[in-house]
Design a protein around this ligand. Structure first.
Ligand SMILES: [Zn+2]
Length: 180
C-alpha cells in the first residue's frame, strides 16, 4: 500500500513538474529529459493545458534547444541576468553535481523550476527563457569553460569565460567604466 502511494505521489509530482515546464514554454525534448514522461503523454498534457489556458495562450517552441553561451553575452542585461540565475542555481545546490545533467531526479527538476520562478520574480523583464536556464545549468555544472566567479573590481558574482582574457570584470563594472 505504501509503495502504491509512493508511486502515485511520484507520478503526480512528475505531472505537476511537466505542467510547470509547459507553462514556461519548454520544448518536448527538455520535458522528456527532465520528467521521464513519454512524448505522447507530454503532448496530451500540453493539449489539456492549452484548453485550460485560453486566456494566456502559450507559444509552442520547436526546434533545437539553446546551445550557445554567446547568448548570455548579447547585452549587459543578458550577462547580469545569467549571473543572477547562476548564483540562484548554486545557492539551491544544483551546481557541483554532474549527475544532475543527464538523469536529474524529479525533485531536482522541481527545484530547478523553483529557481527559475524565483529568478523571474527578481527579473520581471527576464531575457533568459527556461530553456536557456536549463542550458546554463548544464554548462556551469561542468565547471570547465564557464565558471561562476567573483568580479575582481566589485566582488559581485559573474560568469567568467576561462578561455578568454577579456572581459576581465563583470558587466556592471564595464557599463559603469568611463571610456579609455
Ligand atoms: Zn564588477
Amino acid at each position: 500500500m505504501r509503495i502504491t502511494d509512493s508511486r502515485y505521489d511520484r507520478d503526480r509530482l512528475r505531472l505537476t513538474v511537466a505542467c510547470r515546464l509547459i507553462r514556461h514554454e519548454a520544448r518536448t525534448h527538455t520535458i522528456r529529459q527532465c520528467t521521464g514522461l513519454s512524448g505522447d503523454r507530454i503532448r496530451k498534457l500540453y493539449r489539456a493545458y492549452m484548453q485550460d489556458a485560453i486566456e494566456q495562450p502559450l507559444r509552442r517552441r520547436r526546434g533545437k534547444s539553446p546551445r550557445q553561451m554567446s547568448y548570455f553575452r548579447r547585452s549587459p542585461a543578458h550577462e547580469l541576468q545569467a549571473a543572477t540565475l547562476g548564483m540562484l542555481l548554486s545557492l539551491c545546490g544544483l551546481l557541483g553535481r554532474r549527475r544532475v545533467l543527464r538523469q536529474p531526479t524529479i525533485e531536482e527538476v522541481a527545484r530547478f523550476c523553483d529557481v527559475y520562478e524565483t529568478f523571474e520574480s527578481l527579473c520581471p523583464v527576464a531575457v533568459i527563457t527556461l530553456e536557456h536556464a536549463w542550458y546554463l545549468l548544464q554548462v556551469l555544472a561542468y565547471e570547465d569553460e564557464f565558471v561562476l566567479a567573483r568580479c575582481p573590481d566589485c566582488q559581485a558574482t559573474w560568469i567568467r569565460d576561462t578561455l578568454d582574457v577579456v572581459p576581465d570584470n563583470c558587466a556592471a563594472c564595464r557599463v559603469g567604466r568611463p571610456p579609455d
